[in-house]
Design a protein around this ligand. Structure first.
Ligand SMILES: C[S@@+](CC[C@H](N)C(=O)[O-])C[C@H]1O[C@@H](n2cnc3c(N)ncnc32)[C@H](O)[C@@H]1O
Length: 258
C-alpha cells in the first residue's frame, strides 16, 4: 500500500496540496444525488468510502463516511457526520455492517482498486454503488483538443468499468449519468457548456487530473482555451453545447448487488 502523505492522503493525489478549495467547487449536484439515492434503494445505513467533504451523502440514511485526507475531512459541513480516518483497502468494520456502500469520484485514486472494492463488498449486505468515469469515453470531450495530457491522465487513472463490475461480482447495472449544463459539481465535463470556468485556476485545481501536468503545461493549455474563446473559434465548433441542457459524457453509475 502507498505511504500516506502528511495530511493522510492515501491515493495518487495529494489533497493536502490541492484540496483546499474542493468543497467550494465540488458541490453535490442534486440530479446526481437523486440517482445515487435511487441506487441505494432505501438503505438505512451506508458507508461512503473516499467521502471527501461529504458530497452525495443522503440525509435519508445514516452515513458512515471514511476519508483518509485531513484536509478533506476538515471541509465537511457541520451538519454531516465526522469522517472516520481510514482507507478503502482496509475498512475498519465487520462483515455485513451496512445496508449499502457507496463511493463517488474516488476509485481512480486508490492504490489497490481490487482490495478497496472487495472491502466495500465485504462490509455491505446490499448494493455497492460506484460513481466514476468510463476511461474509454474520457477523451471524447472537447477539452481533449485543448488539454490532451489532462484527459490522457484521466483515461489512465480511471479503472475499466468491466474490472469494477467483475471485482464486485453479483448482479451489476451500469448507467450513463447525464450531466446537467449547470452542474454544481465542478469536474471537467461539468463545464461542457461553460468553458470559461476552466480558465479559473481554483476550478482546475478541484479536478485532480490537472495536478498531474506540469504547471507550465497547464498554463499553456489554459492559454490555448482562452485564445479559442476570445477568437470565437471555441463557439464556432462547440457553441451549440451552450444550449444543450445535458451531456451524456463519461460519467457512469455502477450498482452491484450480491
Ligand atoms: C475527487 S475526491 C471525491 C470526494 C467525494 N467522494 C466527492 O464526490 O466529492 C477523491 C477522494 O478519494 C479519497 N481517496 C483517495 N484514495 C483513497 C483510498 N485509498 N481510500 C479511501 N479514500 C481515498 C481522497 O482523499 C479524496 O477525498
Amino acid at each position: 500500500m502507498r505511504a500516506r502523505s502528511s495530511d493522510g492522503s492515501a491515493g495518487d493525489a495529494d489533497y493536502g496540496t490541492i484540496g483546499g478549495g474542493y468543497a467550494r467547487y465540488r458541490r453535490p449536484e442534486p440530479r446526481i444525488t437523486a440517482l445515487i439515492e435511487q441506487a441505494l434503494d432505501g438503505a438505512r445505513t451506508v458507508v461512503n468510502v473516499g467521502a471527501g467533504a461529504g458530497s452525495y451523502e443522503s440525509p435519508r440514511c445514516t452515513v458512515t463516511p471514511v476519508e483518509p485526507s485531513a484536509s478533506m475531512r476538515a471541509q465537511r459541513p457541520a451538519h454531516l457526520p465526522a469522517a472516520v480516518d481510514g482507507v478503502a483497502e482496509r475498512l475498519p468494520f465487520d462483515d455485513d455492517t451496512f445496508d449499502a456502500a457507496m463511493t463517488t469520484f474516488s476509485v481512480h485514486q486508490w492504490p489497490d482498486l481490487t482490495a478497496g472494492l472487495r472491502e466495500m463488498r465485504r462490509v455491505a449486505r446490499g448494493p455497492v454503488v460506484v460513481l466514476t468515469c468510463d476511461p474509454d469515453r474520457v477523451r471524447d470531450f472537447w477539452l481533449y483538443e485543448y488539454a490532451p495530457a489532462v484527459l490522457d491522465t484521466e483515461a489512465r487513472r480511471y479503472p475499466a468499468i468491466a474490472d469494477i463490475v467483475d471485482t464486485l461480482g453479483g448482479r451489476a447495472e451500469v448507467r450513463t449519468v447525464p450531466i446537467p449544463a449547470d452542474c454544481v459539481d465542478g469536474f471537467n465535463e461539468a463545464y461542457y457548456a461553460r468553458p470559461e470556468m476552466l480558465l479559473d485556476p481554483a476550478a482546475r485545481q478541484s479536478c485532480s487530473a490537472w495536478s498531474f501536468v506540469e504547471p507550465e503545461v497547464a498554463e499553456r493549455y489554459t492559454d490555448r482555451l482562452r485564445t479559442a474563446l476570445d477568437s470565437g473559434s471555441w463557439d464556432d465548433r462547440y457553441g451549440q453545447l451552450r444550449r444543450q441542457s445535458q451531456l451524456n459524457g463519461s460519467l457512469v453509475l455502477i450498482r452491484a448487488v450480491p
